[in-house]
Design a protein around this ligand. Structure first.
Ligand code: SG7
Ligand code: ZN
Length: 268
């Protein structure tokens, strides 16, 4: 069986990923993610707001929440798509997932001016011309990932509750739970969605494919301390971890060099 990657043991942690998956090697490829974002970077007039189609709709049927041993992902039904905002094509949305830290440690993947946020949400969309994920991963712009920083306040976020209250049902790797669809727009920031960073990078997990057009929104999503604690305490990567009550924490990859890439921000 293929070697699995991890976040916290030396033989399989992010610094060892390059030994297991060549594209993850920090020098073999030159467009790794995540990166540190500079809030004073050049702004581009050509980056207008993205068009998020179907994000305000309540889909029928069920969505599926899964603990894949590395994160928690919510697979959504068909009908949502992202385009515009300088994206080269239309991308259909397939899933969203999260990266987090620990009870007293922030865990976003991207940083802004060196600051790490408590969590980061990724909405993954695949260029619509591709029949499957493996075809998209061969295309330098095959995926569009929308990244949202998550910050913590006292008040619960009712929209986020659709996901956080289901986490206890997917405590163990491989577990899935049905989730009633809700409009994804509810999760997103209410204001200033035209303010974002744009660069070309990679998956932040193996196989680290150099296939992602990244959009990082400047305005964060707010959740409560207790909602954050559900992520840092209720999800286990392996059976042994569950027995030893060592939850999955710090499932973020370290920051990588820009290597001369252009990183831009939208004008607004
Ligand atoms: C998470 O991050 C999962 C992966 C995802 C990976 O581990 O959500 O999803 C699946 C279906 O395996 O990989 C190809 C893909 O979406 C990396 O995604 S990320 O770069 O946005 N962090
Ligand atoms: Zn991710």
């Amino acid at each position: 069986t293929e070697a699995d990657y991890c976040y916290s043991q030396h033989h399989c942690d992010p610094y060892a990923w390059g030994d297991l998956f060549p594209s993850c090697h920090p020098l073999l490829e030159r467009r790794h993610s995540p990166i540190n974002l500079d809030p004073h970077m050049p702004r581009s007039d050509s980056l207008g707001p993205l068009h998020l189609e179907g994000f305000d709709v309540t889909q029928s049927g069920y969505w599926t929440l899964t603990n894949d041993g590395h994160s928690v992902l919510l697979q959504v039904g068909s009908g949502m798509a992202v385009s515009g905002g300088g994206l080269p094509d239309e991308y259909h949305t397939i899933q969203l997932h999260f990266h987090w830290g620990g009870p007293a440690a922030n865990g976003s993947e991207h940083t802004v001016d060196g600051r790490r946020y408590p969590m980061e949400m990724h909405i993954v969309s695949v260029k619509s011309i591709h029949p499957n994920m493996s075809a998209a991963l061969e295309d330098p712009t095959g995926l569009a990932v929308l990244g949202f920083f998550i910050d913590v306040v006292y008040a619960d976020n009712v929209h986020f509750g659709h996901i956080s209250q289901m986490l206890s049902s997917v405590a163990y790797k491989g577990q899935t739970a049905k989730v009633r669809p809700f409009p994804l727009m509810g999760l997103l920031p209410k204001h200033n969605m035209s303010q974002y960073y744009r660069y070309y990078g990679s998956l932040t997990t193996p196989p680290c494919s150099q296939a992602v057009v990244w959009t990082l929104y400047q305005v964060p999503i707010y959740i409560s301390w207790s909602q954050l604690a559900q992520f840092t305490s209720q999800i286990f990567a392996t059976e042994e971890d569950a027995e030893q009550v060592t939850p999955l924490q710090n499932n973020f990859r370290h920051i990588h060099p820009i290597f001369g890439r252009s990183v831009t921000a939208s004008r607004d």
